[in-house]
Design a protein around this ligand. Structure first.
Ligand SMILES: Cc1cc2nc3c(=O)[nH]c(=O)nc-3n(C[C@H](O)[C@H](O)[C@H](O)COP(=O)(O)O)c2cc1C
Length: 203
């Protein structure tokens, strides 16, 4: 439980491309007043350096100002999220590398992110994985199929072309909303992000 009594959402950031999606999910949750617990792998920090204008350290500081944000080092197995006895609402791994997909699929809890995901599976809590790689090989696909059978939501960053996105930021915003919806944090997608069909109103 966080200071305000609500169970936090865990956000794991692994070393796949797409750091901007991690930032989007964390910031949207904080804007909604939801407590967030995050951990990031060393590879995630490497990718962040490549892809983002703001350093990861500065982002952690900024999120910390919300009073709703807690960060644990990836090697800190004493963090509360390593135990099923600590109440969390759900967890997203965004972006999720194929290495982390593989580790979670076989129960290899060798860092805090992977352990927290393993806990979500054993406690039957919502786990949303945003895998990013292309193309996918049979190992990736089999790991994801196993995770889906275990109850995880596999949410690839797939643009909603039918919404005619005009920018990368449109696509990222859509993925962020999709992730929040899959986590059960929102009851519906924003109206502008819903497919309305191709029929005229009333017909
Ligand atoms: C700039 C950069 C981009 C990467 N992009 C991806 C990616 O999109 N998908 C992926 O599965 N791995 C990607 N990798 C490789 C992973 O970072 C690597 O497999 C790492 O071991 C993952 O560790 P982690 O899952 O603990 O974060 C990338 C690495 C770098 C340096």
């Amino acid at each position: 439980m966080s200071d305000n009594g609500a169970s936090p959402v865990v956000v794991g950031i692994s070393g796949a491309s797409g750091s901007v999606m991690a930032r989007g999910v964390i910031e949207r949750l904080l804007e909604m007043g939801r407590p967030v617990v995050a951990t990031a792998s060393p590879a995630a920090r490497m990718v962040w350096r490549d892809e983002m204008d703001e350093s990861f350290g500065d982002a952690l500081e900024r999120w910390g100002d919300s009073g709703l944000f807690t960060h644990y080092a990836i090697g800190d197995m004493t963090a509360p999220i390593a135990s099923g006895t600590f109440s969390v609402a759900s967890m997203a791994v965004v972006p999720c590398s194929m290495a982390t997909i593989a580790a979670i699929a076989v129960g290899l809890s060798d860092n805090l992110l992977r352990r927290a995901a393993d806990v979500c599976i054993k406690e039957r809590r919502r786990l949303v994985l945003v895998p990013r790689d292309t193309p996918l090989n049979a190992i990736h696909l089999e790991n994801m199929a196993n995770l889906s059978r275990l109850g995880a939501t596999i949410l690839p960053p797939a643009p909603a072309f039918y919404l005619k996105p005009q920018s990368v930021s449109d696509i990222v915003d859509f993925m962020v909303e999709r992730t929040l919806y899959a986590l059960g944090e929102t009851e519906a997608l924003p109206d502008a992000m819903r497919y309305k069909g191709s029929h005229d109103a009333g017909s």
